[in-house]
Design a protein around this ligand. Structure first.
Ligand SMILES: Cc1cc2nc3c(=O)[nH]c(=O)nc-3n(C[C@H](O)[C@H](O)[C@H](O)COP(=O)(O)O)c2cc1C
Length: 175
């Protein structure tokens, strides 16, 4: 059985390095036969709904798509040594165990290598807190690893590896 894939872009910026890695990961998963994918820019969702002050149809749809997916790919810039507040407020709205029996890939970009471990110390616990099975290969890119928005080959290799792990794991989870 194929899993459907959802990508969550956690950068508030319209042109985003972490989003570029997310797009490449969704394409890699598609090549692995992981099923159709959808990408949500969390910054496009209304801020007051993300803060829980009101309901919003687009936000409800994004959450439902996550709940219906088999693989969840999360990308974020590193802000103040961890994932963005935008990603945090979205995750705060997910039900408990929302990602149970789902496979997740964690992607982050930072200004430099200093906060590389934010993937393991920040993003992984965030995903695990709602039950996700996070693949062992995390993806972390620094701004210097991009030329005109295009990531260097070493980063693309990490993406391919993470996608292969996710597709294999999801096939096992759903059979
Ligand atoms: C408010 C803010 C805080 C940041 N904090 C950090 C940080 O703590 N560590 C780091 O490595 N980079 C930090 N950066 C740099 C971004 O993480 C980096 O440029 C990233 O690639 C941006 O991703 P994006 O293009 O997807 O938005 C910060 C940038 C901003 C705007």
């Amino acid at each position: 059985m194929t899993a459907s894939v959802v990508g969550l872009a956690g950068s508030p910026k319209p042109v985003s390095r972490s989003r570029a890695l997310l797009e490449l990961t969704l394409a890699a998963l598609e090549r692995q036969g992981a099923g159709p994918s959808r990408l949500f820019d969390l910054a496009a969702l209304p801020a007051d709904a993300l803060l829980g002050r009101r309901e919003d149809r687009d936000l409800t749809e994004a959450i439902q798509t996550v709940l219906d997916s088999g693989i969840v790919v999360v990308s974020t810039p590193i802000y103040r040594a961890t994932y963005s507040g935008l990603l945090k407020v979205f995750f705060d709205l997910l039900p408990q165990d929302a990602l149970a029996r789902k496979v997740a890939i964690a992607i982050a970009t930072g200004g430099g290598p200093g906060h590389l471990l934010a993937v393991d110390h920040g993003l992984r616990p965030l995903l695990a807190s709602v039950g996700a099975l996070v693949v062992s290969t995390g993806v972390y890119g620094t701004d210097a690893q991009f030329r005109a928005g295009v990531p260097e080959p070493a980063l693309v290799e990490r993406i391919e590896r993470a996608a292969l792990e996710a597709a294999s794991l999801a096939a096992g989870v759903t059979t």
